[in-house]
Design a protein around this ligand. Structure first.
Ligand code: TXD
Length: 315
C-alpha cells in the first residue's frame, strides 16, 4: 500500500516536493494550498508527466482538508518566503498565524502523521506547530540542517574541486545566521578539512553557508531557494517511509540532550519508521559549544517573541 504524503503549501518548494516524490515514487501526493488553483494546476501538470517515465503514483490538488485525512507524511511549506533584505525572523508574525491554523487542522485530520516543517523561521515554527498540534515530539521535525550542510559541502567541493560525495559534514544549531558549521566533523575522503583548507578560507565558506539563503534570494529577487530545500525535505521523508534510519541534521525536540530542554534545535538524529528514533549527542569542542549555545539563545529569544504574538504558546 503506497504511503499518503500531503504537502501543505503548493508554492515553489511544495511544487518541487510533489515532483520529486513522483520521480522517486515515494507515495501518493495530496497537494494542498489555500490557493486551490495552484494546488490543482501543479498536481495535474505533474500527473500528466507520469506516463512519460511510467511513474506509478497518484496526485491530487485541493484546498479541502478532508482530502488530506489520515496522511502518513505531511510536509509543511505554507507561509510567505523572504523578500530581499528580509531576515528569516521577519516572517514570524505572518507564518505563526498560518502554522497555528494548519496545526489545528492536522490535529483533527492526520494525528498519526510524521510531520516535516519547512516554513521559516524554521526553529520556532516547528516548535509552535508541535505545541499547537499536540502531536508527539518524535513525529514533528524541522528541515534546515540538511540544507545548510548541503550548502557547506557544496562550497567545500567547489573550493577543493572534489566531488560532493567525497565530503562528510554537518551543520548544527538554528537555521539562521547563528547556525554552527562543524569543521571538526567535516572530512574529505576521510581527511579532516582543517588539513586541507586554510582557516581564513574556511571562515569565508562558513560565512557564505550562513548567508546561503539570502544569496539566492538576492539573485532571484522574488522568493527564496526551493530546489535544495525540497531535496532536503525529501531525504527526511524517504528515511521515514523506507525506515532507512539515516543520521541527518534536523530541527528536533531536545529534552536534555546537549544541555537543552524543551526546545527545538538542529542536531543529528536517526530517522526511521517510528519518526525521530534517536538524538545523536556529539562531542563539541569549546568553540563549537559556544557557537551552539549562541544558536540556542537566538532560538529561545525568537520563541519569546512568538509568545508575545500568541500567549497560547507560553502555556
Ligand atoms: O531551510 C528552510 N527551512 C527554508 C524554508 C528554506 C527555504 C524556504 N524556507 C521557507 O519555506 C520560506 O521562507 C517560506 O516560509 C516557506 C515556503 O517557501 P516557498 O518558496 O515555497 O514559498 P511560496 O512559493 O510562497 O509558497 C508558499 C505557499 C503559497 O502557495 C501560499 O498560497 C501557501 O503557501 N499558503 C498556504 N497554504 C496552506 N495553508 C495556508 N494557510 C497558507 N497560506 C499560504
Amino acid at each position: 500500500m503506497r504511503k499518503k504524503i500531503t504537502l501543505i503549501g503548493a508554492g515553489q518548494i511544495g511544487g518541487t516536493l510533489a515532483h520529486l516524490i513522483t520521480i522517486k515514487e515515494l507515495g501518493d501526493v495530496v497537494l494542498f494550498d489555500v490557493a486551490e488553483g495552484v494546488a490543482k494546476g501543479k498536481a495535474l501538470d505533474i500527473a500528466q508527466s507520469t506516463s512519460i517515465d511510467g511513474f506509478d503514483v497518484s496526485l491530487i490538488g485541493t484546498s479541502n482538508y478532508e482530502d488530506t485525512k489520515n496522511s502518513d507524511v505531511i510536509i509543511i511549506t505554507a507561509g510567505i518566503p523572504r523578500k530581499p533584505g528580509m531576515s528569516r525572523d521577519d516572517l514570524l508574525e505572518t507564518n505563526l498565524k498560518i502554522i497555528k491554523q494548519v496545526a489545528e487542522e492536522i490535529k483533527k485530520s492526520s494525528p498519526n502523521a510524521f510531520v516535516i516543517c519547512i516554513t521559516n523561521p524554521l526553529d520556532v515554527i516547528v516548535m509552535a506547530f508541535q505545541k499547537y498540534s499536540g502531536l508527539p515530539t518524535n513525529k514533528v521535525i524541522g528541515m534546515a540542517g540538511i540544507l545548510d550542510s548541503s550548502r557547506f559541502k557544496y562550497f567545500i567541493s567547489q573550493e577543493l574541486k572534489v566531488p560532493v560525495k567525497s565530503i562528510e559534514s554537518l551543520v548544527l544549531g538554528g537555521h539562521g545566521d547563528t547556525m554552527v558549521p562543524m569543521p571538526k566533523q567535516t572530512k574529505v575522503n576521510g581527511k579532516p578539512i582543517n588539513d586541507l583548507i586554510q582557516k581564513e578560507k574556511l571562515d569565508l565558506i562558513i560565512d557564505r553557508t550562513r548567508k546561503g539563503g539570502a544569496e539566492i534570494g538576492k539573485l532571484l529577487q522574488k522568493g527564496s531557494a526551493f530546489y535544495a530545500p525540497a531535496a532536503s525535505g525529501i531525504e527526511m521523508a524517504e528515511s521515514y517511509i523506507k525506515d532507512l534510519k539515516k543520521t541527518l541534521p534536523c530541527a528536533t525536540y531536545l529534552n536534555g540532550e546537549y544541555g537543552v530542554k524543551n526546545l527545538y534545535a538542529g542536531v543529528p538524529v536517526v530517522i526511521g519508521s517510528k519518526g525521530v528514533e534517536k538524538v545523536i549527542e556529539l562531542y563539541l569542542t569549546k568553540e563549537e559549544k559556544i557557537n551552539f549555545d549562541l544558536s540556542i539563545s537566538a532560538v529561545k529569544e525568537l520563541f519569546q517573541s512568538a509568545i508575545k504574538i500568541d500567549s497560547d504558546l507560553g502555556k
